[in-house]
Design a protein. Structure first.
Length: 356
């Protein structure tokens, strides 16, 4: 019998299935600046969406921190105990000075934000099934598996979200992960290595971290990219393989790891995709999923430049303007279309389709 969790309580119907908490952001004595990650990126995304009147504080789902009991659905007790050593957390987050801090500070300032984002991904999994889509503004810790963290990933939120759905939500027994972060998603790959219920597509720069040859055996569709891959080639490959993946295996949920470290100039990604290319990529994935009636859970994952928050916000606004978000929830969010506006929009969508 699954344990009781607060993460699966239903949020008010009027909320958008966009999950966030101010606790996502890591701020602490400037130490976060020692890693290229923009540790306040998540709050910035929300602020941009508020400025554009897409959302308001009381209309997004407040993420809750995953408890030890929640984490043990996937993680070993041994692994969670290891995180009580500051030097282990320093290694995982790639911020060496963290090793010298008392662990209670590391728990509160580094791991609690990551546990809250992990709770957010688990919550967004159920929301996606209920509403057709959900976005966790954080999460996407795809280098963490049940017993090993790395690459700034301390908890296996993608594995957890899928395992929670398999165990607790009727009718969810097959999942597809589409991982389009610039790095190979070796964490969820190791976790689902021999699980026929999970289909993994992964497109990544073949020359960078983690280069996990063992984990690659779990990938059903492997798209290995060269240094400096640009928009045209990238989008063509994404489109071909996303469509192919969804034709080959019919999932009950699609988990989309939407890393923005593919952006041109990213210090860790080594690819050369434009901001418009990222917006288009997200649109391709949502179109493929929504046209097949597959619920999609999006997490934001890696992205190591200051401008990525704006690009993620622009992408969400684009998905909304194209009608790829919504239509399944009550039209009561600020800035969400009224019912007659939706009818007009769908008539417009229809007429533009018939003109093509």
């Amino acid at each position: 019998r699954p344990h009781r969790t607060e993460l699966y309580e239903d949020p008010p119907l009027g909320c958008w299935p966009i999950v966030y908490s101010p606790d996502y952001n890591i701020t602490f004595m400037g130490l976060e600046k020692l890693h290229p990650f923009d540790a306040g990126k998540w709050g910035k995304i929300i602020n941009f969406l508020k400025e554009e009147k897409l959302i308001a504080d009381d209309l997004i789902v407040q993420a809750r921190e995953a408890s030890d009991e929640d984490l043990l659905v996937v993680h070993t007790r041994r692994y969670l105990n290891k995180l009580k050593w500051s030097f282990v957390v320093a290694t995982i987050t790639e911020i060496p000075p963290v090793a010298f801090l008392p662990n209670f500070i590391v728990q509160r300032k580094v791991l609690k934000p990551l546990r809250t984002q992990t709770g957010g991904t688990i919550m967004a999994g159920k929301l996606a099934v209920d509403r057709g889509w959900a976005i966790n503004v954080g999460g996407g810790f795809h280098h963490c598996s049940s017993d090993k963290g790395g690459g700034f990933c301390a908890y296996a939120d993608i594995t957890l979200a899928i395992k929670f759905l398999f165990e607790r939500v009727q009718g969810v027994s097959r999942a597809t992960i589409i991982d389009l972060d610039a790095h190979q998603g070796n964490g969820h790959e190791r976790d689902f290595m021999d699980d026929p219920r999970v289909y993994i597509m992964d497109a990544y720069n073949r020359y960078i971290y983690p280069g996990d040859g063992f984990a690659k055996r779990a990938i059903k569709r492997k798209v290995e990219l060269e240094w400096g891959t640009e928009d045209t080639e990238y989008l063509q490959k994404v489109q071909t393989h996303v469509e192919g993946a969804l034709n080959e295996f019919k999932p009950d949920i699609l988990v989309y790891n939407a890393g923005t470290d593919i952006l041109d100039g990213d210090p860790l990604g080594g690819l050369a995709i434009s901001p418009q290319g990222i917006v288009k990529r997200d649109e391709l994935v949502f179109r493929a999923a929504r046209s097949r009636g597959v619920p999609v859970l999006m997490v934001t994952s890696g992205g190591y430049q200051k401008r990525t928050a704006r690009i993620i916000a622009d992408s969400i606004l684009n998905l909304h303007s194209l009608g790829l978000l919504g239509r399944q929830q009550p039209a009561c969010a600020l800035g969400s279309p009224s019912l007659d506006q939706m009818v007009r929009d769908s008539a417009k969508d229809f007429s533009s389709l018939s003109l093509q």
